[in-house]
Design a binder for this molecule. Structure first.
Ligand code: FAD
Length: 299
C-alpha cells in the first residue's frame, strides 16, 4: 500500500532523491561514463546498446544537438572498440517537428553506423509514433541501410499484423512488453494478457525466422523463451536476450552463463529524469528506497 502510494506521488519527490535512487539505471551524464560502463559489461560477457537520454524534442536546434550526440556516441564506440550498437528515439531526432527533418537526422546516424559496422535500433515510443517509426525503418531499409531494426510492443493489439508485414523484409525485431500508457481499444492492459501476447508474438517471430531481441526481465517470459529456443533448436545467431542496465543483474549473469548472447541497454545523458521515473514506477521495491532516501537525505 505504502509502496503504491509513494510510486503514485513520484512526480513530487525531489529530483535529487530520484537521481540518487535511479543511479543504477543510468551510466552517467557523459559519453565517457557510458563507455566505461560498456567496457565493464563487455568484460562480463554482454554486448550493449547505448542510448542518449532524451525524447519529445520540439526545437530543431535541440534535435540537431541530439543527433550530434548520438553521432559522437558512434565515434566513441568505434574509437574505443566496445561491443555496442546505438538505440535512438525518433522524437528526440525531430519526429514531432517534421518527418523529413527527422528522417535525414536518423539516416545520417544509420549511414555512419553502417560505415563502422554497427547497428542502430529505433526504439518504439507511444502509439502516435508507431506507424511513422515503422515507415522510417522501411525507408532506411529500402535505401540499403540494413543495419537497423525496430521494436514491437507486445501490449499493442496491432503487433501481430506489424510482425507479419515486417517478416517480408526480414526485419530484426526487439520484442518488449511496452512501457507507455495506451487506451484499451488499441492495447492489452492486463498483465497476463500482455504475457500471452508476448508468447504468441515470440512464436511468430521464430516461425518467420526473424532475428529477435528478447527484451524482458519477466521470469515467465524468460523461461518460455528459453524453452522455445531449446525445443526448436533456434540457432544462436537468430536471437539475443536484452535487458536494461541495473535491472535483475543476477538473472542477466545466469543467462550469459547459459551461453545466450545478451545485450544491455545503457542510457546516459543529462535528460535522465523522465527515463528514471518510468523505471522507478516499474520497480515494486522502489517506493521503499525512495521513502528511505527522503529521510536519510539520499545517503
Ligand atoms: C532492452 C530493452 C529495451 C526496451 N525498449 C523499449 C522500447 O523501445 N519501447 C517500449 O515501450 N519499451 C521498451 N522497453 C521496456 C519494456 O517495454 C518494459 O516496460 C520493461 O522491460 C518491463 O517489462 P518486463 O518484460 O521486464 O516485465 P516486468 O513484469 O515489468 O518485470 C519483471 C520483473 O523484473 C524486475 N524489474 C522490472 N523492471 C525493473 C526495474 N526498473 N527495477 C528493478 N527491477 C525491475 C521486477 O522484479 C519485475 O517483477 C525495453 C525493455 C528492455 C529490457
Amino acid at each position: 500500500m505504502l509502496n503504491q502510494l509513494i510510486a503514485k506521488t513520484l512526480p513530487i519527490v525531489p529530483k535529487a532523491i530520484v537521481r540518487q535512487v535511479s543511479n543504477r539505471y543510468i551510466a552517467g551524464e557523459t559519453i565517457q561514463e557510458a563507455v566505461t560502463t560498456m567496457r565493464r559489461l563487455n568484460s562480463a560477457g554482454a554486448v550493449g546498446t547505448i542510448d542518449v537520454l532524451g525524447e519529445f524534442v520540439d526545437s530543431r536546434t535541440q534535435a540537431e544537438q541530439e543527433t550530434q550526440m548520438s553521432s559522437n556516441v558512434l565515434e566513441a564506440i568505434h574509437t574505443n572498440q566496445i561491443q555496442s550498437g546505438l538505440s535512438v528515439k525518433l522524437t528526440s531526432l525531430g519526429l514531432d517537428i517534421d518527418d523529413e527533418f527527422c528522417y535525414n537526422n536518423v539516416r545520417s546516424l544509420v549511414a555512419k553506423a553502417q560505415g563502422i559496422k554497427r547497428f542502430v535500433r529505433l526504439d518504439m515510443e507511444n502509439s502516435p509514433y508507431t506507424t511513422k517509426t515503422i515507415n522510417i525503418y522501411r525507408r532506411l531499409h529500402s535505401e540499403g541501410l540494413t543495419n537497423t531494426g525496430v521494436v514491437i510492443q507486445a501490449y499493442m493489439r496491432r503487433s501481430e499484423d506489424d510482425i507479419r508485414g515486417l517478416a517480408k523484409e526480414g526485419a530484426s525485431v526487439r520484442l518488449c512488453k511496452g512501457i507507455y500508457i495506451e487506451p484499451e481499444t488499441i492495447a492489452f492492459r492486463g498483465r497476463e494478457e500482455v504475457q500471452e501476447n508476448y508468447k504468441r508474438l515470440l512464436r511468430l517471430l521464430f516461425d518467420q525466422d526473424m532475428y529477435v531481441g528478447i527484451a524482458t526481465h519477466d521470469d515467465v517470459l524468460l523461461d518460455f523463451a528459453q524453452e522455445e529456443i531449446a525445443k526448436r533448436g533456434v540457432a544462436k545467431n537468430r536471437y539475443e536476450f536484452q535487458m536494461l542496465l541495473g535491472v535483475r543483474e543476477q538473472k542477466r549473469d545466469a543467462i550469459i552463463k547459459d551461453g545466450h548472447k545478451t545485450r544491455i541497454y545503457v542510457p546516459f545523458g543529462h535528460d535522465w529524469y523522465g527515463y528514471s521515473v518510468r523505471r522507478l514506477k516499474e520497480n515494486p521495491e522502489v517506493a521503499g528506497h525512495i521513502f528511505k532516501a527522503m529521510f536519510t537525505g539520499g545517503r
